[in-house]
Design a protein around this ligand. Structure first.
Ligand SMILES: *[C@@H]1O[C@H](CO)[C@@H](O)[C@H](O)[C@H]1NC(C)=O
Ligand SMILES: *[C@@H]1O[C@H](CO)[C@@H](O)[C@H](O)[C@H]1NC(C)=O
Ligand SMILES: *[C@@H]1O[C@H](CO)[C@@H](O)[C@H](O)[C@H]1NC(C)=O
Length: 445
């Protein structure tokens, strides 16, 4: 008797406690049914330009130095008193998408280091010249303003409540910024006609005032970071992945969302945990435990790449930074080891803009390059030579496509090192996998 009484009260309690929890969380994502997934073509910002691999990397390094400074400044603990939160801004790849009903196509920068999705909107207080017509919300039947009392408005780092509902201000590290109203729209993704997916009610910044140098190659930006406003968070898909072709390849790269994110990875990759930094909630942090050059594991203290309790340090994986930047002390050891193993003279003129270059032998004999392995927690990533070495016959140099992040404490794993891997972000398991893949097999063009 006593036992059956306690059993039924236990069942009652379970129902009472579990039922509301299940249905509150279900209601939040009600309008976002699982998609079948889609494939988006990514174009490098320099694609179509007649440039060598060396020139492409040099241009990326120039852009990346600013991004490195911004990212490091953001993650530095004494940055807490800035008035408006700042985001790294501008990336290296562009995607095509369409907004509204009927859909209007535009291209946007993709950025794994920030969250907000935005495009320039009429009426413009200040808009820059963009490649396609500026979006006019009055011509779309699916446009709605977003109320001030909403999860998305709450997720904005800087917002106010005005006559148009939720108004946002989003600033990037180079003082470029976008300001306007937070709205929802139907977005259409996918590049082949038969595989287009339209997703209603995606929250985005309808930017009436947009200022900045880095933007004008595209009509807006799509944040793929970890925060609630990003495209990957709003789609509520458990996974996304990208596959970047090598920087000198004219074929396009690919971004996959949802079920397509890992469907084509038949090869087994290596998997490492994704870490979170509460003070930089948009960034994807990895745990890097060491680096080997050839057979030598560099004498780097394990704590070098650790994320500090104050939010400083750590290593992020970023699609918007060209070459990797490694903590200054660790980079000095890496450089020393390369110099001792590569049987060529060092050219330290600095003319290439890269930290370590050698003189190419004039007889063009084959040059032996040591292996380079990044030891992530649980995943030893053995990089193909083309992911870290770049040679240029016109200047007679062979350089390491990596650099030092100085004493900023933060390190960045850049996109040259990620090329020809399918990079799968599993947001449910909180893991990141690198699957060796010839990425141009996904190119549609
Ligand atoms: C690309 O640049 C190289 C070197 O500047 C030049 O020789 C070549 O003709 C150019 N190719 C095209 C298609 O413009
Ligand atoms: C993935 O693999 C399937 C089956 O092999 C194929 O039909 C599909 O086209 C592939 N997807 C991409 C994006 O290549
Ligand atoms: C280093 O490389 C630059 C650019 O190719 C060249 O002008 C310079 O002479 C080289 N210096 C040495 C010491 O080889």
């Amino acid at each position: 008797m006593a036992s059956s009484y306690s059993l039924s009260s236990l069942i009652f309690l379970l129902l009472f406690v579990v039922f509301p929890a299940c249905c509150t969380s279900r209601r939040v994502h009600e309008h976002r049914k699982a998609q079948t997934g889609f494939h988006v073509t990514l174009k490098h910002v320099d694609s179509g330009k007649n440039l060598t691999k060396f020139e492409r990397i040099q241009r990326g390094v120039k852009r990346g130095q600013h991004r490195l400074q911004r990212l490091s400044a953001l993650a530095s603990p004494d940055n807490s008193q800035v008035e408006a939160p700042v985001h790294p801004g501008t990336g290296e790849f562009l995607m095509n998408l369409a907004i509204g009903t009927p859909p209007e196509a535009f291209s946007a920068i993709i950025d794994t280091g920030s969250d907000l999705i935005w495009t320039q909107c009429k009426p413009c207080t200040q808009c820059y010249d963009q490649p396609t017509p500026i979006f006019d919300p009055t011509k779309s039947s699916s446009f709605s303003k977003n109320p001030c009392k909403s999860q998305l408005c709450d997720a904005l780092p800087s917002s106010s409540c005005g006559s148009d509902g939720c108004e946002y201000f989003y600033q990037y590290g180079d003082y470029s910024m976008t300001e306007g109203i937070l709205a929802t729209e139907t977005f259409t993704f996918g590049d082949s006609d038969d595989k287009r997916v339209s997703v209603p009610k995606i929250g985005f910044g309808c930017g009436n005032d947009n200022e900045g140098d880095g933007f004008n190659q595209a009509s807006g930006l799509v944040g793929l970071g970890r925060g609630p406003l990003s495209l990957v968070s709003q789609l509520n898909e458990p996974k996304f992945s990208y596959c970047l072709t090598s920087i000198e390849n004219s074929k396009t790269s690919a971004l996959f969302l949802g079920s397509l994110a890992s469907q084509n990875s038949t090869t087994k990759g290596t998997t490492t945990p994704l870490l979170k930094n509460p003070s930089q909630p948009s960034f994807y942090y990895l745990s890097l435990e060491g680096i080997s050059v050839g057979d030598t594991r560099l004498p780097i203290e394990k704590s070098t790449f650790e994320l500090g309790d104050d939010g400083s340090g750590g290593l992020i994986i970023d699609s918007g930074t060209t070459i990797s930047y490694i903590d200054g002390n660790a980079f000095a050891k890496l450089k020393k080891e390369f110099i001792s193993q590569v049987k060529l003279d060092v050219n330290d003129s600095g003319s290439s803009g890269l930290d370590l270059c050698f003189t190419l032998p004039s007889d063009k004999a084959d040059v032996e390059i040591p292996k380079l392995v990044f030891h992530f927690n649980g995943a030893d990533l053995d990089l193909p030579g083309e992911n870290y070495i770049v040679a240029d016959s016109s200047s007679g140099l062979l350089c390491l496509a990596m650099g030092s992040s100085g004493n900023t404490g933060m390190s960045i794993f850049g996109n040259v090192q990620q090329q020809n891997f399918l990079v799968i972000h599993d947001l449910v398991k909180e893991t990141l996998s690198f699957v060796p893949t010839q990425c141009d097999r996904f190119s549609l063009t």
